[in-house]
Design a protein around this ligand. Structure first.
Ligand SMILES: [Zn+2]
Length: 316
């Protein structure tokens, strides 16, 4: 019986240790996703910034380890894919700069059922003359179902809907496929293995080729019109059951070149990288606000005062 009684020795050290653990876990809670943040409409990119404690910046390998655990824990609840603007916003400035300088053009080669195969030019160091970027519109079925003209559905798909993507370059293969898999925006093969390389560059979301493609697909009227043709054909197919196979659209060189701009499109990275996150209220601000409502007797003021008190109590 006595052996089950608590020990009184080293109580202060024990308590301090517990407090330390608690503090640590509170501190880390900022980098761990809460269930309400990961359900519903939140995109992987939004979660990613949440995982970064509300600080919006390109992801690092440490962030990613935390992030991947959180993504795994929540399973299918995350909305798969990422918008073009979100992906560009999560990219490293270096990759954006390389895209500006080295990758001037992207062209559609083939489309089928919301999957678009792009080719881009390659950088000066490259062993190949072109790269292949696949972009998959995750919400393609929704674009077919929504009312309105095919062109507006195409615009919505490229600018606002969730996309998945992949590139055949080494940067994507060795680093970014892992990132994209963890984030839920990988097209094709998922890569769950952490890259076994020294100092892996697990930063950013897009290689320079994908930066170029995501820029062009948001801006090009030619690409948009071609996508609208795919949408129109697939809408017609839905109306005629039995014709099950989605049409493959192959683009000729002439056609693809006709869609190119005279000069490479300017790459613009969204200033607010992803959904902006409200800054946390400081304890000083809360106290100031409480002082403004203190002593007021009407029920609204009393409720606001109580809410502020609760907010203050919840401060770390
Ligand atoms: Zn690439």
């Amino acid at each position: 019986m006595t052996s089950r009684l608590p020990r009184v020795g080293n109580a202060v050290q024990g308590l301090n240790a517990r407090r330390q653990v608690e503090l640590e876990s509170r501190r880390q809670a900022k980098t761990i996703l809460r269930p309400e943040e990961v359900s519903g409409q939140y995109s992987a990119a939004r979660m990613l910034t949440t995982a970064l404690g509300g600080v919006v910046r390109p992801i690092t390998s440490d962030d990613l380890a935390t992030f991947k655990k959180s993504v795994a824990a929540m399973g299918d609840k995350a909305r798969p894919g990422i918008t073009a603007a979100e992906a560009l916003g999560l990219s490293r400035p270096a990759d954006v700069q390389r895209a500006r300088e080295q990758i001037r053009y992207s062209m559609i080669a083939r489309m089928q059922a919301g999957k678009v195969h792009f080719v881009t030019d390659s950088g000066p160091q490259s062993k190949v003359t072109r790269h292949h970027v696949m972009v998959e519109a995750v919400q393609y079925a929704a674009a077919l179902a929504q009312p309105g003209k095919p062109l507006s559905a195409a615009t919505w798909l490229m600018k606002q809907s969730a996309l998945k993507f992949e590139c055949d370059c080494e940067h994507f293969r060795y680093f970014l496929r892992f990132v994209a898999t963890a984030g839920g925006w990988v097209a094709g093969r998922g890569e769950h293995g952490f890259p076994k390389l020294r100092n892996p560059h697990l930063d950013g979301a897009c290689c320079k080729h994908i930066v170029r493609v995501l820029t062009d697909l948001q801006q090009s009227a030619g690409i948009r019109q071609r996508l609208a043709q795919m949408i129109e054909a697939d809408r017609a197919r839905i109306d005629r059951p039995g014709k099950a196979r989605p049409k493959v659209h192959t683009i000729t060189q002439r056609e693809a070149e006709a869609m190119l701009p005279k000069r490479a499109r300017r790459i613009v990275v969204p200033a607010t990288r992803v959904a902006s996150i409200a800054p946390e209220a400081s304890a000083t601000d809360i106290r100031t606000a409480m002082a403004a409502y203190a002593g007021r007797s009407d029920s609204n003021s009393a409720a606001i005062h109580r809410a502020l008190a609760a907010l203050l109590a919840a401060q770390p």
